[in-house]
Ligand binder design. Structure first.
Ligand code: GLU
Length: 458
């Protein structure tokens, strides 16, 4: 038995999809079952190779490995046709050649009478041999099922349409293909977004007509934006890969997605092995969850702070190469990471922070220079430079002492010299504690940069 993730390749892998994939993956890992990836590409106009790639890349980045697949529905048409033929031959489906005009008219009349608009069964008993194929939905009775998240659900068959299972162009439709696949792939629990909950009764009727075992269902509430409306581009990036590009760790993203709709007391940090152990569909929240990037950022920082330098370096490896940083051309990388961890919330911020230790720069941020460089700072930095030159042991304590002396002599606060000094050492002014920064950069480089800043201000 298995679980599956069955995205339609009509866009990127978005947050909601990734969370569905994670929950289905956790279910499989936890129960020692297979996790299957199935690409539902029957909408040939909207499905694209680009989107398939985005889905696969997203899954790879998140480490959501699949035991089977990716299967492609467009490669399974023979099987769908076989099932459609079987439904026709067992009198559970029929051809319908009603024109769109007729259908529109029927619906219009139903609407006027206050009825739910649906197909009126005009061709149901005509034994036609051409047209679209419709499923003969039972006319009476209830379709009931237990949803693992939402509880008992019942729908009156009278509310359901004789749904089209094969279009006039020969394409099978979603409700048919999903039932055939979930049956053939032995899906034990169908885990998906609750935008599909209205399809479930239709699918259950198909299972019954085919005399197949009905799987369990778990419908996940949707993810909302911070303002409570459905998550969309307005709320920032919704594609999973965009978060990789922003410097989030994949395990953090999974941790965040896990918590977005599921909880275990007030625990926030869940390494993957713990997720597998503790996750349960029963504890999934029944109400929509709101995406909050601030929280994601907080969590990312927690992980960065908690990782050993070796672990962090492994995760930075690709970015260091991309940025062409030679980590052997400056201070010990481990000391640099110790310095950066406290203030770098993302991998990108860490990389940016690293550059000042391994790369020289020629210019200063104009806005910052206008703000912090002045005649006063020129004289302060010149005095500081003379003091620093005299330091024999280049430690942060000694550097601190020099800065303090300048402050006392000129009766100024630490910031008055700290800000221009930080700008002199970094070019952009974004850095933490100035004495540790100078210590790490080293005496020669620090004095060099100070000299350049003095020249620049003259
Ligand atoms: N292909 C559907 C979608 O992407 C999901 C179908 C399902 O999980 O049953 O919305």
């Amino acid at each position: 038995m298995s679980s599956r993730f069955a995205p339609s390749p009509t866009g990127y892998l978005h947050l909601g999809g990734a969370r569905t994939a994670l929950y289905a993956w956790l279910w499989a890992k936890q129960n020692n079952k297979n996790f299957i990836l199935r690409i539902e590409d029957t909408d040939r106009e909207r499905s694209t190779d680009e989107s398939i790639k985005a889905i696969l890349d997203g899954m790879t980045w998140l480490g959501l490995d699949y035991d089977e697949g990716p299967y492609y529905q467009t490669k399974r048409y023979d099987r769908y046709n076989e099932v459609i033929d079987k439904l026709i031959s067992t009198n559970h489906a029929y051809f319908c050649n009603c024109t769109q005009e007729r259908i529109d008219k029927v619906r219009e009349e139903q609407r006027k009478k206050g009825l739910v608009p649906r197909y009126d069964g005009h061709c149901r008993d005509k034994n036609l041999t051409e047209g679209v194929v419709r499923f003969k939905n039972p006319i009476e009775g209830l379709v009931s099922f237990y949803d693992e998240i939402k509880g008992d659900i019942s729908i009156d068959n009278a509310q359901l349409d004789d749904l089209i299972i094969k279009r006039s162009d020969g394409n099978p439709t979603y409700n048919l293909t999903v039932v055939v696949d979930d049956h053939d792939m032995q899906i034990e629990t169908v885990i998906r977004g609750d935008d599909h909950i209205n399809n479930t009764p239709k699918q259950i009727n198909l299972y019954k007509a085919l005399n197949w075992t009905i799987p369990k269902f778990a419908h996940l509430p949707m993810i909302l934006g911070s303002d409570g409306s459905r998550l969309s581009k307005r709320h920032g990036a919704v594609s999973v890969i965009a978060y990789k590009e922003k410097g989030y760790l994949p395990e953090v993203f999974l941790n965040y997605l896990l918590r977005l709709g599921w909880s275990h007391g007030d625990q926030e940090i869940f390494p993957v092995n713990e997720m597998i152990k503790l996750f349960s569909l029963k504890n999934v929240n029944n109400s929509p969850a709101a995406f909050d990037e601030e929280k994601l950022l907080w969590l990312n920082h927690e992980y960065i702070k908690k990782y050993s330098n070796e672990d962090l370096l492994l995760r930075l490896d690709e970015l260091i190469k991309e940025a062409n940083i030679d980590i052997h051309s400056g201070p010990n990388i481990s000391d640099v990471l110790d310095y950066l961890k406290d203030r770098s919330k993302t991998l990108i911020e860490t990389i940016e922070g690293m550059k000042i230790f391994y790369e020289d720069f020629d210019s200063f941020d104009t806005d910052k220079a206008n703000k912090f460089f002045s005649e006063e700072s020129l004289s302060l930095l010149s005095d500081l430079m003379s003091l620093l030159e005299g330091i024999d042991e280049w430690t942060k304590e000694k550097i601190h002492f020099c800065i303090e002396q300048i402050c006392q002599k000129n009766s100024i606060g630490f910031g008055k010299i700290g800000q221009p000094f930080r700008l002199a050492l970094t070019g952009h002014g974004n850095a933490g504690s100035i004495d540790s920064l100078a210590e790490l950069i080293g005496k020669e480089k620090s004095l060099n940069r100070l000299g350049k800043a003095i020249q620049y201000q003259k």
